[in-house]
Structures are given as C-alpha cells and as structure tokens.
Design a protein around this ligand. Structure first.
Ligand code: SF4
Ligand code: SF4
Length: 175
C-alpha cells in the first residue's frame, strides 16, 4: 500500500538514509561532477561537498554495488585519486538536510538519494540496499511491497539507475 508519510515517520523516529554513522564517511556514495553542478545550479552550496580520496574501503564498497564492473571501477575511481561526496556534520547528517527534509529540489538530488533504497543488478533485476534503520524496509519485507509503499515504479528505478550509471561514468545498461 502506498505510504506517503513513511519517510516523515522514519525521520521522526531517528536516523534516516540522510545520515551516516560518524567515521564511515569514506564509504559514502560518490557525487559526480554532473550531479554536483546541477545542485550548485539551484544556488545550493552550503559547503555541501567534500573531496574524498578513493580509499581501498571505498573501492571495495563500490565493487559490491558494481560486481560486474571491476575494470570500470578501477578506471573511474583509481587508487590515489579522489571523488566528491556529500559533506556531513559531526553527527553524520548530510549538510543538505533541513528541518523539513532535503533542501535540494527532488529532480536535482543525487541519483543515489533518489534511488535509495533500490538498486539494480544484472539484467535490470531490482534489489533493496538494506539498512537497519529504514522504516519503510522494516514495514515492507518484499521489494514489491517496498516499491508500492514508497510509490516508485520498476520503470522509474531502472531509469534512475541508468542515469546514475551514466553520471558516474559507467555503461548505462547493466549487463
Ligand atoms: S542530498 Fe538530500 S536526500 Fe541526499 S542525503 Fe543529503 S539531505 Fe538526504
Ligand atoms: S527511504 Fe527508508 S531510511 Fe530513507 S527516510 Fe525513507 S524510510 Fe527512512
């Protein structure tokens, strides 16, 4: 069942997907130059980005997201290089998180944020990126129910995932 208030209820309860565990910043997803420019177009700087080294842990995490893209990950995020990520405060909250939720208009948010908690794998199969604090996941145990609760279609997930892949430099089609 569609549940338009699940994210608001989640935010009222505790940490959401807009917060990192302090100390885990290096595994935050990357924000591509294209996505960053789009956010800056909204006149939203807020010191919201950090240049983050491509550490071994970051690359390992990226390989978990793109297990079939080992060579591309190595080329796009080489060890010794760096990428932008969202900046967070000392408690792990994204600097774009306001009192009423994200300050960035929906269509300009990083693709990862717009996709979360969904992901796609080979052949476009839709997966759920599990986090223990996601109320929508706790209340909807199957991907189908979760899609309904968050009012997202499979077509939309696949489209956003292709856009994310293109923005991050990967082939937009998952194999
Ligand atoms: S950019 Fe917006 S949606 Fe993404 S983590 Fe920050 S506050 Fe949340
Ligand atoms: S997607 Fe999940 S973790 Fe993020 S705000 Fe909604 S219910 Fe919470």
């Amino acid at each position: 069942m569609n549940d338009p208030f699940v994210c608001a209820r989640c935010a009222a309860k505790g940490p959401t997907c807009c917060e990192l565990t302090p100390g885990c910043e290096e595994v935050c997803f990357p924000v591509s130059e294209y996505e960053r420019e789009r956010i800056l177009e909204c006149a939203l700087d807020l010191g919201g980005f950090v240049l983050q080294p491509n550490t071994a842990l970051f690359i390992e995490n990226l390989l978990r997201l793109f297990p079939d893209q080992r060579r591309a990950v190595k080329e796009l995020f080489p060890p010794g290089g760096a990428h932008y990520r969202l900046a967070v405060d000392e408690s792990g909250k994204c600097l774009f998180l306001g009192e009423q939720g994200c300050l960035i208009p929906q269509d300009f948010r990083p693709y990862y944020c717009r996709l979360f908690p969904f992901w796609t794998t080979e052949g476009g199969r839709i997966n759920v990126l599990e986090i223990a604090t996601c109320l929508a996941q706790l209340e909807n145990k199957s991907p189908g129910k979760l899609l309904k609760a968050l009012d997202v279609s499979q077509v939309k997930v696949r489209d956003l995932h292709a856009r994310l892949r293109r923005a991050w430099g990967f082939d937009p089609q998952s194999k």
